[in-house]
Write a protein that binds this ligand. Structure first.
Ligand SMILES: Cc1ncc(COP(=O)(O)O)c(C=O)c1O
Length: 450
């Protein structure tokens, strides 16, 4: 171990030092290059060192880096909010800027609570969310999140949240169910949870439109979110969609909920908003909610020092302008179809890949010890960690995770390459990943045999 004063995520192994990034390639201090096939954690939608984004950030720095939001607004924050609202789902009227995904979720949870206080329903105090979800690591976001492993040791600190089933078709749809019927069963389970808690005590249902980090890209079945929206409306409950990972173009439409034909009350966005050029997230809010705040107390009782940071807003505005100018949403759909084909070719008949799932440039592959029974690998093998390190050695960055099935068992690999990835780069990504998966599973198989 080399000496470091950084309190890293992992304290028992050394990390390579990243020194530069260009396009979809990162380079470390040894000169080794890596294709960034996960954009970090579905962040770097424009890759690295995009000249238009850098120029916008430099220009903003030369004018103004920071002004506190209790004294001032800035032109760039106003412009970004207008641009986001112009393309937001129907009825959204305002953007609340924060510095990342967890902060966006925290703000949305508190907005929901204060909204009900403002409209004279202070008895509403419960959130319902889903198992096998991820909403961030701050205490409120962790509480609504449904990852058993992440929550375990912090449980005594977490607010009580009711968790219902995720939309996890590969494992949880019964053989005798159509996808639509499966979705209806899940909606019925949500409604039962609402009835159990008392419908007028529930504030909101919180869900990732397309599940991301915990279970490896879970796309909803047809009609599921329409059913959810209808149940929420019937009981006066807000729908908070968390698109921190799956939003801002990642699935081929600017917002993932567009493909579901539903409009949330609050929508959280972050990673692809600033593309990693600056830390930024936002909550997009329905006009009806904002009006309630305006008519009521006149303030949202929340805030952080770096809300609406000018350089972060400039970076996000530039990222979003490039996506629009260069027609990158269409490119995500087209390259996404290619990536799906390539994954299908590499892993479609693989004895240890049970499922290949995703949308746009957002894909997950779920690893299994046995395809027929869908039995997972022994978690002790840490297959996901082995794939990650072998892929890195092979010069490709992917985002594998364990706990796919229930927070403890199962492994998947998440891919979220930049929107600018070329067909050739996508081919290299899949080839390098396939080698890493083969090596990692053969070592896990050997451990089972010995
Ligand atoms: C859906 C979702 N919500 C919230 C978060 C938390 O975002 P951050 O890590 O920026 O706090 C993440 C991060 O992966 C996420 O995927």
């Amino acid at each position: 171990m080399t000496t470091t004063r950084v309190f890293h995520r992992q304290l028992r192994h050394d990390l390579p030092v990243a020194v530069s990034g260009q396009g979809i390639t990162l380079t470390d201090a040894q000169g080794k290059t890596y294709l960034d096939a996960s954009g970090g954690a579905a962040v770097s939608c424009l890759g690295h060192s995009h000249p238009d984004v850098l120029a916008a950030m430099h220009a903003q720095l030369d004018r103004l880096a920071y002004a506190h939001t209790s004294f001032f607004t800035t032109e760039v924050a106003e412009e970004l909010a207008s641009a986001l609202i112009d393309h937001a789902p129907a009825g959204m009227s305002h953007a609340y800027f924060v510095s990342g995904g967890s902060e966006a979720v925290e703000a949305a949870l508190k907005m929901a609570r204060q909204y009900f206080v403002e409209i004279g329903q202070p008895q509403r105090r419960h959130f319902i969310a889903r198992r096998q979800s991820y909403h961030g690591n701050t205490l409120g976001a962790l509480a609504v999140g449904g990852n058993a492993w992440r929550r375990e040791q912090f449980k005594p600190l977490l607010i009580d949240v009711t968790h219902v089933a995720p939309c996890y078709e590969y494992r949880e749809r019964r053989d005798d169910e159509t996808p639509e019927r499966y979705g209806q069963r899940l909606v019925a389970e949500l409604e039962e949870a609402i009835e159990r808690l008392g419908p007028d005590s529930v504030m909101a249902f919180v869900a990732e439109t397309v599940g991301g980090a915990t279970a490896g890209v879970l796309a909803p079945v047809p009609g599921y979110f329409k059913g959810v929206r209808e149940v929420c409306d019937r009981h006066g409950i807000l729908l908070i969609l968390d698109e921190v990972m799956c939003g801002m173009g990642r699935t081929g439409t600017l917002h993932a909920c567009e493909q579901e034909g539903v409009v949330p009350d609050l929508l959280t966005i972050a990673k692809g908003l600033g593309g990693g050029y600056q830390p930024i997230g936002a909550v997009l809010a329905q006009g009806r909610l904002v009006d309630a705040f305006r008519r009521g107390s006149g303030l949202f009782q929340h805030g952080h020092t770096y809300l609406g940071h000018a350089v972060a807003c400039a970076a996000a505005l530039a990222v979003q302008r490039v996506i629009e100018r260069d027609g990158l949403l269409a490119q995500v759909r087209e390259r996404g179809a290619l990536l799906h084909q390539l994954l299908q070719r590499a892993f479609g008949d693989h004895p240890h890949v049970g499922d290949i799932r995703g949308r746009g440039l957002f894909w997950g592959i779920e690893l299994v010890a046995d395809r027929a029974s869908k039995q997972w690998f022994d978690p002790a093998h840490k297959l996901h960690a082995s794939i990650k390190s072998k892929a890195m050695a092979n010069g490709v960055l992917v985002y594998p995770m364990g706990g796919t099935v229930d927070g403890r068992s199962g492994d998947h690999v998440l891919l979220a390459p930049p929107f600018i990835s070329t067909p050739d780069e996508l081919r290299q990504i899949v080839d390098r990943l396939a080698d890493a998966v083969d090596l990692a599973v053969s070592m896990a198989d050997a451990k089972v045999a010995s």
